[in-house]
Design a protein around this ligand. Structure first.
Ligand SMILES: Nc1ncnc2c1ncn2[C@@H]1O[C@H](COP(=O)(O)OP(=O)(O)O)[C@@H](O)[C@H]1O
Ligand SMILES: [Mg+2]
Length: 361
């Protein structure tokens, strides 16, 4: 079922995407391994993971350029698993733009409409409208080689949106651009998402991009989805060690859970949120910005050691800590005021109980 939703007073066609147990093997290698995911109509979701984790293969199975070995793809309630790409009517944007070099911007954007044999006047209206929306109205008669990478990517976005697809699929669309431009364009894509109200599935290996743009992030590793959550929860409540380590910096402390207390490497008790598991070995994760280095331990405990290094990084200082048992941790302190700590100073590493996560995988 396609949904009519209203965005900025205009009707748009959008639909959710559901993946049921998708699997894809290349030879003996499992590229996508039992991926299930439900994307709501109008949602912006990112597939985030390192190179080779199966993001593109998943997206290509949604687009229809790859066939799954097993599993199903639904657009709304319609099973599209076996439909060829052009019958799915999804907008797809690749990293390398894939613009036609011999066509102007307007001709590139008109192409999907000409393929659909739309009337000339209607094509002109639509091309004009979408080019304005991506701020390219003034460049309609240019050729791709006369434009910057960022402008070419906007043309690719306009071309994917012009036929009003219910879903937009984007595979590392900013991957070829420099950092400043990436940040600028990611804000533009986010704004465009709000304006057009389409379901968007966005593939990236860049955690900042995924966290900044998405309603939800699906973290992939070795062909599997490890966690699907809102950006804040991916960062604050990672589901496993892979997610904790891939998204942001993290301190990993080997601990023992025993009789309701978390014991650190030297047997000391440590601050921790409650946990469900029985007594066992585990890993306590705490982000550097949550790790405090202070002269003495608070009531909920901490790890004894010394400051072993200090790096000024502009807005913050990164303090290195080494415990008496040789454990190395990082603490990030914002440079809002001067601090008096020096390398070699004895101190205690601790954190607010609720800022830590216990992982038992
Ligand atoms: N056409 C193909 N033939 C063989 N192996 C492939 C092919 N496409 C992808 N793979 C393999 O499948 C795995 C997942 O690839 P891919 O989906 O491209 O990952 P990502 O987009 O996350 O970098 C990788 O190990 C990759 O080498
Ligand atoms: Mg890829």
């Amino acid at each position: 079922m396609l949904m009519k939703a209203t965005v900025n007073g205009t009707d748009v066609t959008t639909a959710g995407i559901t993946l049921h147990n998708l699997q894809k093997r290349y030879g003996s290698a499992m590229a996508v391994d039992d991926v299930s995911l439900s994307v709501s109509p109008g949602e912006f979701i990112s597939l985030l993971g390192p190179s080779g984790s199966g993001k593109t293969t998943t997206l290509m199975m949604i687009a229809g350029f790859e066939m799954p070995d097993s599993g199903r793809v639904l657009l709304g309630e319609k099973d599209i698993t076996r439909l060829p790409p052009h019958r799915r009517e999804l907008g797809v944007i690749f990293q390398n733009y894939a613009l036609f070099p011999h066509m102007t911007v307007a001709e590139n954007v008109a192409y999907p409409l000409r393929m659909r044999r739309m009337a000339k006047a209607e094509i002109e209206t639509r091309v004009h409208r979408i080019l304005d929306q991506v701020h390219l109205g003034a460049l309609a008669s240019r050729y791709p080689h006369q434009m910057s990478g960022g402008q070419q990517q906007r043309v690719a976005i306009a071309r994917a949106l012009v036929f009003d697809p219910p879903v937009l699929l984007l595979d590392e669309p900013l991957g070829a651009l420099d950092k400043k431009l990436r940040e600028h364009l990611r804000n533009e894509i986010k704004t465009l998402h709000k304006e057009v109200g389409k379901t968007m599935i966005y593939v990236t290996h860049d955690q900042d991009e995924a966290l900044a743009m998405s309603d939800r992030v699906a973290v992939m590793h070795e062909g599997r989805i490890r966690q699907v959550s809102a950006p804040k929860d991916i960062y604050r409540r990672p589901a496993d060690l892979f997610v904790a380590g891939f998204v942001g910096e993290v301190n990993l402390i080997p601990v023992k859970l025993k009789s309701g207390i978390v014991h650190g490497p030297a047997g000391e008790s440590l601050p921790s949120p409650p946990w469900q598991d029985a007594d066992r070995d585990a890993t306590l994760c705490v982000r550097p910005e949550h790790l405090r280095l202070e002269a003495s331990a608070g009531s909920s405990g901490g790890i004894q050691g010394r400051i072993s290094g200090m790096t000024f990084v502009g807005d913050a200082t990164i303090l290195e800590f080494r415990s008496e048992t040789g454990l190395q941790l990082l603490s990030k302190v914002l440079n809002v005021s001067d601090h008096s700590m020096e390398v070699g100073d004895p101190c205690v590493a601790s954190w607010v109980a609720n800022d830590a996560t216990i992982l038992t995988d």
